[in-house]
Design a protein around this ligand. Structure first.
Ligand code: FHN
Length: 685
């Protein structure tokens, strides 16, 4: 009797537990589904327009003779608030036509628009009842730009979204002391205005890096906004989760999607992310910035982002008159022409088993499982790909073309052949990037070979000095056949067969591929061999994200990229650089030089002094001389500067110390923050 009662009790307990679990699960999945449905339009949209517009369009990047400013002109040119406010009286964009803007975005294939409702300068592009520092009260224009654009978006079926800066250089309370007051009495009331009056699909926050803003404030604001509009989508810059320019959230953080800026993730991600990018070098309008990306680059960026599972938010910086720059309009038209032909390979795309095959091939799939192969540039008479196997008897289709393309399988991969008609660009449905629909399955590739030691393979770099050394290539598979090249060409079955370590004596690159019966050839792996002009060692540590190829980058004869600081520069954060060059023997020389980067906008300053010491035993050093640099001025342009100490001497070891600024100067937005020192070449001649 008692035993039955206990069994029944346990049964009831188990049922209760099970239904509780079920309840929670269904609640969780309901939330997930709700989240998903909330995010669905955005995930399927893939392509949006970013618009940076405001008072900074009036000076168009120019102030007191300097021409390299943009939306940060108030800060970078140190324009006093009262002075900057005067731009409002000149802000009268009579040629602004919201319909035309939205139509241009739509014709380019963009599904949503994110416009700056308020940037860091604090000026509001809508009729705000919370502030008079807006377009209605301070400008002769007196038209509610957010209203006109949100109405036009609704009319043309484009989703209206708004950017909003947490940092506010104009508002007296946006600081450490009064941030709570600013948040409760200004930021939130304005956000309420924006959400209730203009019904945005996304709120795109920025300027969250200010010390006074915290993840907790961000999370609370997120929850408050989602209550205000449950379907709202909010980026991860509402909190402090963003991992620098790479933009993805570090761990659990407020926000619905990651925001890489001016860069695209290296690999595919199932997380929600959106890469935002300029068409030239500025977000806000700069009339002197003609460094425009090509239509090919922009289309390939879109494809690269889609293959990696992201969205692409491409920026336009309109003029003070209210027009898109001519080149921006031209790029949008070219992208639109491409999208007309290839849009089915962009919208609603999902990542596939593989996302890339070398630099110029990308893969993605649609929800029906059809796979699209994207090729950057016309491949010629045939295209070889190895990561997909078309279904037997199926044809490959070039999007926009009726041609049924034949293919054959070889040991190197699938070869798709193209008729002569398509060799003539005018017969091709689109330009620049060609998309092939393939009904096929993912191939199994042989595992990639390792070229060099574990340490070398990690950086894909081997530093050699003097008489060179040997490079070994290994492959995990037992019955692997390794083929390799040393001239930079792509290895294949005709390339040299690897049997023994390869002796290298000069700079170059070794590429290797693995063949295993029954599998497709592996991805190609490579090792860059860098012969430094000298053996170099560093007595100061550089930042891992600005490590180029390590110390040898300072003596490899290659210059750092002036725009992409990840390429070729060693970055020292708040530290001096101390390098020792071993010339191998005592040598006579007349000058020692080092080249350094100046980019104040990115907190990178030239060294304040370059000091050189010499030694013949590598232990005792004598001062050879020093060169002091001028105090940095805010107007100074970005440049690579070679600092030279011209002094005769004879020595084997040369020690070069580039002394850092340490902290950003008082006039700089990073005032007191760590100053960066970037070096890319040291030379003794
Ligand atoms: O400082 C801003 C910049 O002006 C621009 O708005 C970009 C766009 O993502 N975000 C900040 C820099 O990270």
């Amino acid at each position: 009797m008692k035993k039955n009662f206990l069994i029944r009790l346990q049964l009831v307990a188990v049922c209760l537990l099970f239904s509780l679990l079920l309840l929670n699960y269904s609640r969780a999945t309901a939330q997930l589904n709700a989240n998903d449905t909330r995010m669905d339009w955005w995930r399927n949209a893939k392509f949006g327009m970013f618009i940076h517009w405001g008072l900074y369009a009036v000076p168009a990047g120019e102030y007191k003779g300097s021409t390299n400013f943009g939306e940060w002109i108030m800060q970078e040119a140190q324009i006093p608030k009262g002075e900057y406010e005067k731009f409002a009286s000149q802000f009268n964009p009579r040629k602004f036509n919201a319909d035309e803007w939205v139509q241009m975005a739509k014709n380019a294939g963009m599904k949503y628009i994110v416009i700056t409702s308020k940037h860091h300068d604090g000026f509001c592009l809508w009729d705000s009842k919370v502030s008079d520092y807006d377009v209605m009260d301070r400008t002769p224009f007196k038209r509610d730009i957010m209203k006109e654009l949100s109405d036009a978006c609704k009319k043309h079926g484009v989703v209206f979204c708004m950017y909003h800066s947490i940092m506010d250089w104009h508002h007296p309370d946006e600081n450490k002391t009064n941030i709570a007051k600013y948040r409760e009495e200004y930021l939130k009331p304005q956000l309420k205005e924006l959400v209730t009056k203009y019904d945005p699909g996304v709120l795109w926050f920025d300027g969250e890096w200010v010390e006074e803003w915290t993840e907790e404030q961000g999370q609370a604001l997120y929850d408050w906004l989602r209550k205000l509009k449950p379907g709202l989508i909010i980026n991860n810059r509402i909190g402090k989760g963003r991992n620098g320019m790479q933009g993805m959230s570090k761990g659990k953080a407020a926000g619905d999607f990651g925001t890489p800026e001016q860069e695209i993730l290296d690999t595919k991600s199932e997380l929600d992310w959106e890469s935002c990018m300029t068409m030239n070098d500025h977000w806000g309008y700069n009339k002197n910035d003609h460094n425009w990306k090509t239509a090919n680059q922009l289309i390939w960026n879109l494809v690269d982002v889609v293959a990696k599972g992201g969205n692409y938010l491409l920026n336009v910086g309109p003029t003070g008159e209210g027009l898109f720059p001519d080149v921006s309009m031209h790029r949008l038209r070219e992208i639109g022409d491409w999208m007309k032909v290839n849009k089915e390979a962009i919208y609603s795309m999902k990542t596939w088993d593989y996302f890339q095959e070398g630099d110029n091939i990308r893969y993605a799939r649609n929800t029906k499982g059809e796979v699209f192969v994207y090729c950057n540039g016309w491949p010629g008479n045939e295209l070889m790909i190895k990561k997909i196997k078309p279904v037997a008897g199926s044809a490959v289709q070039l999007l926009g073309s009726k041609e049924k393309l034949s293919w054959k399988e070889t040991a190197e991969g699938i070869i798709i052949s193209f008729p002569t008609s398509l060799q003539n660009e005018t017969n091709r449905p689109a330009k620049y990037v060609y998309v092939f629909k393939v009904n096929g399955t993912a191939q199994t590739l042989a595992a990639m070979p390792q070229v060099g030691t574990d340490e070398e393979a990690a950086t894909k770099t081997k530093v050699i000095a003097g008489n060179g050394s040997a490079v070994a290539i290994s492959a995990p598979a037992k019955n692997a056949m390794i083929r390799y090249t040393t001239d930079g060409s792509t290895p294949n079955l005709q390339s040299a067969l690897y049997n023994n370590p390869i002796v290298v004596t000069e700079s170059g690159v070794i590429k290797a591929i693995v063949y295993v019966p029954g599998k497709m050839p592996s991805d190609v792996n490579e090792l860059k061999v860098v012969k430094g002009k000298y053996v170099i060692s560093l007595n100061s540590s550089y930042a891992s994200q600005y490590a180029a190829m390590g110390p040898v980058s300072l003596v490899d004869g290659w210059s750092g990229d002036l725009k992409d600081f990840h390429k070729g520069w060693l970055g020292f954060e708040g530290k001096s650089m101390e390098a020792i060059l071993d010339l191998g023997i005592e040598k006579k020389f007349s000058k020692v030089s080092g080249s350094f980067l100046r980019n104040h906008g990115s907190w990178i300053f030239l060294p304040v002094k370059l000091t050189v010491f010499t030694s013949n035993d590598g232990k005792e050093y004598q001062l050879l001389g020093e060169v002091a640099e001028a105090i940095p001025q805010q107007q100074e342009e970005n440049e690579r500067k070679v600092i030279v100490l011209a002094k005769e001497s004879t020595a084997r070891y040369v020690k070069v110390i580039a002394e850092t600024m340490g902290q950003c100067p008082a006039w700089h937005s990073g005032n007191g923050g760590k100053a960066w020192l970037f070096a890319d070449e040291l030379s003794v001649e």
